[in-house]
Design a protein around this ligand. Structure first.
Ligand SMILES: [Zn+2]
Length: 132
C-alpha cells in the first residue's frame, strides 16, 4: 500500500513539474490538471504535454498572505491561459505587479514554493514569468 501511494504521489508531482494534463478523446478539450470526466460526457483521455507558454488573463498583488508565504509578500498571483487552451492559476514571478499587463506573454518555470517548517523539506511547483 505504501509503495502504491508513494508512486501516485510522485506521479502527481512530476505531472505538475512537467505540465502534463490530458485531452478528451471525444471532443478534444484539453485539461490541466488532468480530468477524469469531460463536460461533453467523454471518459477517455490521452495524456497531453503543455508547452508552458501562454497569456496572462488576470492578476492581483497579494500583500497579506497565509503564514507559510508571509515572508514572500508582496507577490503576484494570476490566471494564465495556456496556448493549448486550459487556464491555470499560479504565482507570477520575476516581476512586480506594476510591470505586468493583461494579455502579455508568460512562460512556465519550475521554482521553489516554500520550505516546510521543522523538516526543511522544500516544495516545488510551477510558476509563470513574463516574457518581455
Ligand atoms: Zn470532451
Amino acid at each position: 500500500m505504501f509503495e502504491e501511494s508513494a508512486v501516485i504521489r510522485w506521479r502527481k508531482y512530476t505531472d505538475r513539474y512537467r505540465l502534463i494534463g490530458n485531452a478528451c478523446k471525444a471532443c478534444g478539450e484539453t485539461y490541466y490538471p488532468a480530468k477524469e470526466q469531460c463536460p461533453c460526457g467523454g471518459k477517455e483521455f490521452a495524456a497531453q504535454q503543455f508547452s508552458g507558454k501562454g497569456r496572462l488573463l488576470t492578476f492581483t498583488e497579494v500583500k497579506a498572505a497565509p503564514e507559510v508565504f508571509e515572508s514572500k509578500t508582496p507577490y503576484v498571483i494570476g490566471i494564465v491561459k495556456l496556448d493549448e487552451g486550459p487556464k491555470v492559476g499560479a504565482q507570477i514571478c520575476d516581476a512586480n505587479a506594476g510591470d505586468l499587463k493583461i494579455g502579455q506573454r508568460v512562460e512556465a518555470v519550475f521554482r521553489k514554493f516554500y520550505a516546510s517548517g521543522e523538516t526543511g523539506v522544500l516544495h516545488y511547483g510551477t510558476k509563470f514569468r513574463p516574457v518581455f
